[in-house]
Design a protein around this ligand. Structure first.
Ligand code: TMP
Ligand code: ASP
Length: 239
């Protein structure tokens, strides 16, 4: 597999073409941003953890029948994934109240919902990723009705798998963000990453935050939190 020209640089990763038109290489960076890029920093070693963790979780989801973009890990920061056209929706699943949900609706963080909440944002940095509903997404032609139904079904199945996995690791999956892509034949598959950048995870016993909120909210111990989550995944793997 030959790594060719860079085709995209995002806030947390770079994407390179390969000699296979259906495959690209993702290269994870240590750069961290929050609040639509207003806050910038570096989380040392984050790229390695996000690469490894995302690959681990995607392989677990594949075993549960969820189609993902994962193909193979190349190095500690690089992974071969299927090339997709990203559906411009950030799909957020919430099991407990936190973050923008608590702020928008004026409720405490940590309230467990009877059913997971699914919400969509329009993936558009210039507009600040505004919240939208299915009818907005259809009006804007961001996805078809059938695609949105597939995305909802997959997101809920992913939540079931991840919730159970993290509970076994002694942590509570509060909420997370997913992105989906279309392959050349139009199939919807899970893309982007699943990592401490994209989920909220609280230590079950104490409620301590073990992910990017430590960076967003200046709580300190950011690197340690990422390392702790990785350690728990490795320990689960060995058990
Ligand atoms: P929120 O409460 O700020 O809307 O975030 C919900 C979840 O989505 C949280 O786990 C963090 C994740 N997220 C991202 O991955 N990228 C983003 O740009 C934002 C705003 C949230
Ligand atoms: N990735 C986001 C940004 O900088 C924000 C976040 O994860 O909070 O825009």
């Amino acid at each position: 597999m030959q790594k060719k020209e860079q085709i995209y640089e995002g806030k947390a990763k770079k994407v390179f073409a390969t000699d296979d038109p259906e495959l690209v290489i993702v290269d994870y960076k240590d750069d961290a941003t929050a609040f639509n890029g207003l806050k910038k920093g570096t989380i040392v070693g984050k790229g390695i953890i996000n690469n490894r963790m995302s690959n681990y979780l995607m392989q677990m989801l594949e075993k549960a029948g969820i189609p993902t973009h994962f193909v193979r890990e190349l190095s500690e920061r690089e992974t071969v994934v299927r090339k997709v056209q990203i559906v411009p929706l950030e799909v957020i699943i919430r099991n407990l109240s936190a973050g923008s949900f608590s702020k928008r609706y004026g409720v405490d963080e940590g309230i467990r919902f009877d059913e997971p909440v699914i919400e969509f944002s329009y993936k558009n940095d210039e507009l600040g990723d505004p919240l939208l509903n299915t009818s907005h997404a259809l009006a804007l032609k961001l996805a078809t009705a059938a695609e949105i139904q597939t995305i909802r079904d997959l997101a809920l199945r992913i939540d079931e798998c991840l919730k159970a996995f993290w509970a076994e690791c002694g942590v509570t999956l509060v909420d997370f963000k997913l992105e989906f892509g279309r392959t050349a034949d139009g199939t919807i598959i899970l893309a982007d990453q699943i990592s401490p950048d994209t989920f909220r995870l609280w230590y079950s016993k104490t409620g301590e935050k073990l992910e990017k909120d430590r960076f967003r909210r200046d709580l300190g111990g950011v690197e340690e939190a990422y390392a702790e989550v990785m350690k728990r995944v490795n320990a689960h793997d060995r058990a």
